[in-house]
Design a protein around this ligand. Structure first.
Ligand code: FPP
Length: 225
């Protein structure tokens, strides 16, 4: 069966989920982190899925109130430390994409530590997009090639990006129909699914139903049948 090898998700709707329940926005992020764990575990149990890329913090998210940004940073740090044994148990390799040099030294250290301790895992790759934006990634890739005096081709450019694997299935929760600067190069031929559900309500059943719909799609990549 045709299973997506690379799934990417825009995890939108945490704030609205919390507000709908009369809670503070950050409660939604906390709940969202639990769903990250559930979905990652689901994907790690399906060997055909090789990579799961999750949009955890965009280059634009710095515009949020300082306290929310600080909360997200702490949540990430705590999550990574707490999840390390789970990554190892499930043979999941953790990778960050994005420009993490803007994060605190402490968070950078945690990211590097979890990347290093899971480097030998050869199951699912869970890639978190952290201070990530496609435009920033594309500009950094172009600069890298220029500095190393490498000829620009589609292949060399692809290799210079933070994430070099094409996305097969891109999901956005939360009801909006946009990419928000996420994996714009890699999603050139992705199948796009926009669902109304808010991220904290997203379940493995939802993912299974989307994968079932994905399997019914004929992917032609610009060619003919
Ligand atoms: C969008 O919801 C979500 C984010 C900007 C952050 C995503 C973070 C998480 C899912 C939790 C932490 C992640 C990890 C990996 C531990 P929103 O706040 O924009 O929601 P809204 O559209 O309802 O305001």
């Amino acid at each position: 069966m045709n299973i997506p090898r690379h799934i990417a998700i825009v995890m939108d709707g945490n704030g609205r989920w919390a507000q709908n329940q009369g809670k503070k926005r950050v409660k939604g992020h906390e709940e969202g982190a639990k769903v990250v764990k559930t979905i990652t575990t689901y994907c790690s149990n399906h060997p055909e899925i090789e990579r799961l890329t999750l949009y955890a913090f965009s280059t634009e998210n710095w515009k949020r109130p300082r306290l929310e940004v600080e909360f997200l940073m702490k949540l990430l740090d705590d999550y990574l430390k707490k999840e390390l044994p789970v990554y190892l148990e499930n043979n999941v390799k953790f990778e960050a994409i994005g420009d993490i040099s803007a994060f605190s030294k402490k968070l950078q250290k945690t990211i590097a530590m979890v990347e290093q301790k899971t480097a030998h895992c050869n199951g699912l790759v869970q890639s978190l997009a952290l201070n990530y934006g496609s435009r920033d990634e594309i500009v950094r890739a172009a600069k890298k090639l220029q500095q190393q005096n490498i000829e620009i081709t589609q292949e060399s450019f692809n290799d210079a990006l933070d994430a070099s694997m094409d996305v097969d299935l891109l999901i956005r929760t939360g009801g909006d129909f946009r990419l928000s600067n996420f994996l714009m190069w890699q999603a050139a031929y992705a199948e796009l699914f926009f669902i109304k559900k808010l991220w904290p309500d997203f379940s493995t059943n939802d993912l299974e139903s989307i994968i079932a719909q994905f399997q019914g799609i004929e992917r032609r990549f610009g060619g003919l049948k």
